[in-house]
Design a protein around this ligand. Structure first.
Ligand code: FPP
Length: 244
């Protein structure tokens, strides 16, 4: 794709698995199953295009409230994905990290996750950041608690904490802000996703349900992203000065 600006950090809210299944008269969980297959293709495609960080909203804090059977199915899918895909992820030089309250995960899922993380730890290609047991507000609350703890112990001075310093308490703080956020299924909202890192993201919404999502939609989103002027609150003139 010539002249295409590839976002350094791409994030996706993968929505519409249930509707996809319902439209086909199938149980909801089969939408998730097909959704996991799409994850495989998209991870490969984005890593080949040169995306440096890919964050996928795989399981939210709110998803814990879904019927028990659906939660277990989703945990099983994650386990399956992490076990079966680790070789392919390795071939694509992908490193894996997880963002979320992982202490809430079943022990088996957590162990499989840790194993995959360590197997891929030495890779230096795209970072795949799976948001699991994740909530944007929970992330900020957890960050504030970590910071308060250090302040109580006298290890940091609150007067020196500004935006960048506070950002260091987020999950995986080395991961930069999100450049482009894609949401599928026609819903136009953020749904508690990466609230800290989405501050200046470009947003791209598509009606496509996640199980029907494919590489062409990524390519189109990147073409659209390349046309956007990102000003980060500055004026055109300031941006022109900054660029040279
Ligand atoms: C939203 O669809 C999707 C989820 C809650 C789960 C996302 C999980 C996957 C795509 C598969 C597993 C992930 C990995 C990384 C292997 P929904 O159920 O809310 O759909 P609906 O809004 O149509 O009901």
């Amino acid at each position: 794709m010539p002249d295409i600006n590839i976002p350094e950090h791409l994030a996706i809210i993968m929505d519409g698995n249930g509707r996809w299944a319902k439209n086909k008269g199938l149980p909801r969980v089969l939408g998730h199953k097909k959704g996991a297959e799409v994850v495989r293709d998209i991870v490969k495609h984005t890593s080949q295009l040169g995306v440096k960080y890919l964050t996928l909203y795989a399981f939210s804090m709110e998803n814990w409230l879904r019927p028990k059977k659906e939660v277990s199915f989703l945990m099983g899918l994650l386990e399956d994905y992490l076990q079966k895909e680790v070789v392919e992820l390795g071939k694509n030089n992908v490193r894996l990290v997880i963002s979320g309250r992982t202490h809430l995960l079943p022990e088996k899922t957590a162990n499989i996750m840790d194993e995959a993380i360590s197997k891929l730890a030495d890779n230096n290609g795209m970072v795949l950041n799976l948001a699991i047991s994740y909530g944007g507000r929970s992330e900020i609350v957890d960050a504030a608690k970590k910071m308060a703890e250090l302040a109580i112990q006298g290890e940091i001075e609150l007067s020196k904490i500004e935006r960048d310093e506070f950002g260091q308490f987020m999950y995986n703080p080395e991961i930069p802000d999100i450049d482009l956020l894609i949401r599928t299924s026609g819903e136009i909202r953020i749904s508690n996703f990466m609230l800290w890192r989405v501050a200046y993201s470009e947003l791209y919404f598509t009606d496509c349900l996640w199980p029907d999502f494919d590489e062409k939609i990524i390519d189109n989103a990147f073409i659209e992203y390349s046309k956007r002027e990102r000003r980060f609150g500055m004026t055109d003139e300031q941006l022109a000065d900054d660029n040279g």
